[in-house]
Design a protein around this ligand. Structure first.
Ligand SMILES: [Zn+2]
Length: 200
């Protein structure tokens, strides 16, 4: 059942402090589990509703940008680092080689021009809370040689194939501020074929 406003938890940061407001733990009545064959009690259900507070820290810019139709990555610009110039997507706050803070960069155009499927897996069964259309076409994406990592995402229009060009799409309406705001479609997909709330 959808929650009312009174049953939701909200958080603001005011003067560097988290200020939670509303309900973060909702208890519901439990139910007995009976063995229909013997008529005996076997256990109980244990319903729990918790709202987690998930802090993004230095990755906040990545999630904030998705809703604006931009794909942010990070790059090591440390002159003394052996792997200087390496671009990380998924976004890494720190360089794994020199441990210095990376520079935030926008790779939207790079992704539009160079993203292709490195490998993929099609999943017909999913875990709890799945909201992706099934079968889920998970894809590993490679960009050009400057990007030294592989990005895991999902293909929502078209069929996956190794080496196939794909382009990012963004949930610019009703953004969730999560990775669910970024998906991919095969190159040549029309704007009218995109899922609701998504744009190129
Ligand atoms: Zn480095």
């Amino acid at each position: 059942m959808p929650k009312t406003e009174k049953e939701k938890g909200f958080v603001d940061i005011v003067k560097k402090r988290y200020k939670p407001k509303g309900a973060f733990h909702i208890i519901e009545a439990n139910q007995p589990i009976y063995n229909k064959d013997t008529g005996k009690l076997a256990g109980v259900t244990n319903p729990r509703d918790m709202t987690y507070i998930h802090s993004y820290g230095g990755e906040a810019v990545f999630f904030d940008s998705l809703g604006k139709g931009r794909l942010m990555a990070s790059r090591c610009d440390n002159k003394k680092c052996e792997t200087k110039g390496s671009i990380y997507e998924p976004f890494r706050i720190f360089c794994p080689d020199c441990l210095r803070k990376n520079t935030v960069i926008d790779i939207t155009e790079k992704a539009q021009k160079t993203a292709k499927i490195h490998s993929f897996i099609i999943t017909h069964r999913s875990g709890a809370f799945n909201t992706l259309p099934k079968p889920i076409k998970f894809i590993n994406i490679e960009f050009d040689e400057e990007v030294v990592t592989i990005l895991m995402s999902v293909l929502v229009v078209g069929e996956p194939e190794i080496g196939k060009k794909v382009v990012p799409i963004f949930r610019t309406k009703n953004s969730t501020y999560t990775i669910m705001d970024l998906m991919f479609v095969v190159e040549g997909t029309k704007e009218s074929e995109l899922p609701e709330d998504f744009t190129f």
